[in-house]
Design a protein around this ligand. Structure first.
Ligand code: IPM
Ligand code: MG
Length: 374
C-alpha cells in the first residue's frame, strides 16, 4: 500500500490531477498494488480564505506520505511569487528534493517543431539542481542609501547566513544572490553521473562559468572532481546560451544534462517544446531518501480553468515517473505506453490537434492501462 498525497493546486491543476490519479488507480488495479490518496487543500483558494500557504499540519501530513502528486500552482488573484515561493519552492526546499528530473523524450506519434527529427533523436534527461543557485531567495530592493540586513539559507545540508551592509548613492537598487555549495552540487552531479551510467554514458554540464565565475566556477570544480569516479562516462561543459542552440540543432547529441537550478528552469521549457509542447512535459522533484514530488512542468493556466480543454498528458506522465520512483517499473512503462497509444489513436486534446476533453483523454489512457499487456 502506497500512501500518496494529492495536491491539485490552482487553475487547471485539480482537473489534470484528477485524470492522473485515475490513470494511477488503473495501473494499481492492473499491476496489483494499492494506492491510498491523501487529499491536501493547498493552494490559492485556501490562501485567499485563510492566509495560509503551507502549515505545520500540511508538512506533517505530507511527511507521512510516500510521495506527493502535484497539479499546478499560480492564480491571478495572488501577486506573482507568493504561491510559487510559499508553496512549490517551499515544498522542494523543505523536503530537500534536490534533483529535478525532467525527461525530454519525443514519444511515438508526436510532432516536434524540429524538422526531420524522430523519437530516436530526442531522448535525453535534464537533471536540474533544485535547492540552490538564484532560487535561494536571498535578495532585496531598496531606495535609501544604506541597508543592513541578515538573510539566511537554511537547509538540511547546511545553514548560510549573509550579514549584508549595503551602501549606495543610486536612486534605487535591487540585488539577488545565487548560492552554490560544494555538497549541494556534488550530490546532484553524482545523481546525474549514476543516471548517465545506466543510459548512454554521456553527461553534459551546463553553466555560465565564463561570466558568473564564482558560483559556476565552483560547480565546474565539483563536476570535474566527481567525474574522476566515473571513468566510463564521457563528459563535456556547455555554456547555457550554447546549449539552447544545440538542443534545437542537434538534440541527438545529448544523453544526460546536469544543470544549476535557474538554467535548468529555462532550458527545460525549451526541452518541453522540442518534445511536443508543455502539454507533454513531466518532472519529478526527487529526494532519493525522502519525500519526492511529481508534477507537470507547465503552470496552472488559469484562463483554461474548468473548461475541460487542458491536456492531462504531462501530469499523467509525471504519474509514470512517480510509479518508477516507487519501484513499479512495469506500471510506469504501461502508463507511458498508454499516453503513446492515445496519441497514435488521436485520443488527445485540442492543443495537440485532437478533439477530446481533459476527462475523456484521461479516461482513454486509464482504460488502456487497465488492459496493458506488459
Ligand atoms: C518550474 C516552474 C517553477 C520554477 C516556478 C513555478 C516557481 O517554472 O517548475 O519550472 O521556476 O521552478
Ligand atoms: Mg519553469
Amino acid at each position: 500500500m502506497y500512501r500518496i498525497a494529492a495536491i491539485g493546486g490552482d487553475g487547471i491543476g485539480p482537473e489534470i490531477l484528477a485524470e492522473g490519479r485515475a490513470v494511477l488507480d488503473a495501473a494499481s488495479e492492473r499491476f496489483g498494488f494499492d494506492i491510498e490518496w491523501v487529499e491536501c487543500e493547498i493552494g490559492a483558494e485556501r490562501y485567499l480564505k485563510t492566509g495560509e500557504l503551507l502549515t505545520e499540519e500540511d508538512l506533517s501530513t505530507l511527511r507521512e506520505c510516500r510521495a506527493i502528486y502535484f497539479g499546478a500552482i499560480g492564480d491571478e488573484r495572488v501577486q506573482p511569487g507568493v504561491l510559487e515561493k510559499g508553496i512549490l519552492l517551499a515544498l522542494r526546499f523543505h523536503f530537500d528534493q534536490y534533483v529535478n528530473l525532467r525527461p525530454i523524450r519525443l514519444l511515438e506519434g508526436v510532432t516536434t517543431p524540429l524538422a526531420g527529427k524522430t523519437p530516436a533523436d530526442i531522448d535525453f534527461v535534464v537533471v536540474r539542481e533544485n535547492t540552490e543557485d538564484f532560487y535561494v531567495g536571498i535578495g532585496s530592493r531598496f531606495t535609501g542609501h544604506h541597508q543592513k540586513t541578515s538573510l539566511d539559507v537554511m537547509r538540511e545540508l547546511y545553514t548560510i547566513r549573509f550579514g549584508l551592509d549595503v551602501e549606495s548613492d543610486a536612486d534605487e537598487i535591487a540585488y539577488q544572490i545565487g548560492v552554490i555549495s560544494r555538497e549541494g552540487s556534488r550530490r546532484v552531479i553524482e545523481y546525474a553521473f549514476d543516471l548517465a551510467r545506466r543510459r548512454r554514458q554521456k553527461l553534459t554540464s551546463v553553466d555560465k562559468a565564463n561570466v558568473l565565475s564564482d558560483v559556476y566556477g565552483l560547480w565546474r570544480d565539483v563536476f570535474s572532481s566527481v567525474a574522476k569516479g566515473y571513468p566510463g562516462v564521457t563528459t563535456e561543459f556547455n555554456y547555457v546560451d550554447a546549449v539552447t542552440m544545440w538542443f534545437v540543432k542537434n538534440p541527438e547529441w545529448f544523453d544526460v544534462v546536469v544543470t544549476p537550478n535557474m538554467f535548468g528552469d529555462i532550458i527545460t521549457d525549451l526541452g518541453a517544446m522540442i518534445q511536443g509542447g508543455l502539454g507533454l512535459a513531466p518532472g519529478g522533484n526527487i529526494n532519493p531518501v525522502g519525500t519526492s514530488m511529481f508534477e507537470p512542468i507547465h503552470g496552472s493556466a488559469p484562463k483554461y480553468k474548468g473548461m475541460g480543454v487542458a491536456n492531462p498528458c504531462a501530469t499523467i506522465w509525471a504519474g509514470a515517473l512517480l510509479l518508477d520512483h516507487l519501484g513499479e517499473h512495469d506500471a510506469a512503462e504501461a502508463v507511458i505506453k498508454g499516453i503513446e497509444s492515445a496519441i497514435t489513436a488521436r485520443a488527445i486534446t485540442r492543443d495537440m490537434g485532437g478533439e477530446l476533453s481533459t476527462h475523456d483523454c484521461g479516461s482513454w489512457i486509464a482504460s488502456h492501462v487497465k488492459k496493458a499487456n506488459i
